[in-house]
Design a protein around this ligand. Structure first.
Ligand code: 2HG
Ligand code: ZN
Length: 471
């Protein structure tokens, strides 16, 4: 930062004292990523409260060639929002831009700013009897802008899609400060290249998303939540297909959970009990929501699950009978990452294959990992309905974190090479950030990489937008 003093003074003028953090204690929370994989350095965090301020910041930083790292709730898994170690980059927090600018229940749309916490967006939709269906473990702290920039997935993708599918238009500040106003809440707008999709999933490397026109949906009048025991993932896949057909695609959640994950949760997380008698090798947490026949929905699902049991497709099932029980079922799934942290270091993979091939993938991946770490504890769970697995391995009981983590490169290579053979993805929902930059080069099609680099060069020729991430 050669012109640091002058630039600092100008930036302070733009955002005012409330938006200008330069004291060590204030900077600290922005230096470490959620998984504590990276520790960066910075001398400045800016917290603008309007798009115009973001625009002025970007213009100044572009002129001074200073890197800018946008951050939302800092709950990402790949270090995408952590500044570099050399202290040369500025952090840009959108947390003060948290207005719901407008809601149109008849058009089923809402315009919200990037700093809105996801739970606030959900609540604003609910207040007008609508649903914003994006739902994930960190929804109480993650922000809309981060969800957009990482194209978040979560637990309702099966029915409603990923973040990309939930957005109609964006307002983006480009690296040179120009404002790209694409905030039209239109379902049809066939006027050339889809610029919106460039910024979703770009992890802040092409511009700063400041607001979004979000799609809303009808709230299901009735919801059935079930916890099901199955002998293997193959049967779980068959059950999903059965219930999708039976409900006319009203299954919103279909999460696969192995016995070991349930045991970890029961052991380490409070207010949890096993909903089923006896142990099962695998479980499914599923949710079905419907608008009509609500009084009959529960009965119909019960009958269908009983038939599935009769035919040996499932081993047991419990339906939540109250909101409290429903929350407990969800806790059994959502606290798996937290429960896994209790047993030491883990090596994580966020992979996807087709749902139909997922059971075979699990078998082969387990075999490969066991050859490298025979005692490693495989905790493989996730969004079966999306073909997305969190294929995580915890260190062997009694082993030390460090020696286990030394196996990470070998294990990553084995799992990702297998994924490549399946034509799957090495990052289904967590993005690339810094963590998977080299993996992206190895596995992404070379022509796709060339196009990505050309887009980056066209929009950010000075390379100031979240430098060192994704590409
Ligand atoms: C989940 O589905 C998250 O719970 C986190 O994507 C996955 O911790 C993980 O590996
Ligand atoms: Zn997940």
């Amino acid at each position: 930062m050669s012109t640091e003093t002058g630039l600092m003074a100008e930036l302070r003028r733009v955002v005012g004292p409330r938006g200008f953090l330069d004291q060590a204690t204030d900077l600290e929370p922005y230096l470490v990523d959620h998984r504590k994989l990276y520790r960066g350095a910075t001398s400045l965090v800016l917290r603008p409260d309007s798009t115009e301020q973001v625009s002025a910041i970007m213009r100044l930083c572009n002129e001074a060639r200073v890197g800018v790292v946008p951050v939302g709730g800092n709950t990402g898994y790949c270090g995408g929002a952590t500044p570099s170690e050399d202290g040369s980059q500025i952090v840009l927090s959108l947390a003060r831009m948290r207005r719901i600018r407008s809601i149109d229940p008849l058009n089923y749309t809402m315009i919200a700013e990037a700093g809105c916490v996801l739970a606030e967006v959900q609540a604003a939709a609910a207040a007008v009897d609508r649903l914003f269906p994006m739902s994930l473990g960190s929804e109480g702290s993650c922000q809309l802008g981060g969800n957009l920039s990482t194209n978040a997935g979560g637990t309702a993708v099966l029915r409603y899609g990923m973040m990309r599918d939930l957005i109609l238009g964006l307002e983006v500040v480009l690296p040179d400060g120009r404002i790209l106003d694409g905030l039209k809440p239109l379902r049809k707008d066939n006027t050339g290249y889809d610029l919106r999709d460039l910024f979703i999933g770009a992890e802040g490397t092409l511009g700063v998303i400041t607001a979004a026109a979000c799609k809303l949906f009808s709230r299901p009048a009735a919801t059935v939540t079930a916890f099901v025991g199955v002998t293997d993932p193959q049967r779980a896949v068959a059950l999903l297909s059965r219930l999708r057909t039976f409900t006319g695609d009203a299954v919103s959640t279909f999460e696969l959970i192995p016995r070991i994950a349930l045991e970890l949760v029961l052991q380490h997380i409070g207010d949890t009990t096993d909903p089923l008698d006896g142990a099962h090798d695998w479980y499914v947490l599923l949710e079905i929501g419907m608008g009509r026949h609500d009084e009959q929905l529960r009965g119909a699902i019960e009958v269908e699950l009983a038939a599935a049991m009769e035919e040996g497709q499932i081993s047991d099932a419990a339906l939540a009978t109250s909101e409290t029980q429903r929350e407990m079922f969800w806790r059994l799934r959502e606290t798996i990452p937290e429960a896994q942290r209790h047993i030491g270091a883990s090596i994580k993979h966020d992979v996807s294959v087709t749902t139909s091939e997922l059971p075979q993938f699990i078998i082969e991946a387990c075999r490969l990992v066991q050859a490298i770490s025979p005692q490693g504890r495989i905790v493989c769970y996730g969004h079966l309905g999306d073909g997305n697995l969190h294929f995580n391995i915890s260190r062997p009981a009694g082993a030390d974190d460090e020696s286990f983590l030394r196996l990470a490169p070998n294990i990553n290579r084995a799992v990702h090479d297998l994924i490549a053979r399946y034509g799957g993805s090495i990052s289904a929902e967590h993005g690339i950030g810094r963590l998977k930059r080299e993996e992206l080069v190895r596995y992404k099609h070379p022509v796709a990489l060339e196009v990505m680099r050309a887009i980056k060069q066209a929009l950010d020729p000075n390379g100031i937008m979240n430098p060192g991430k994704v590409l």
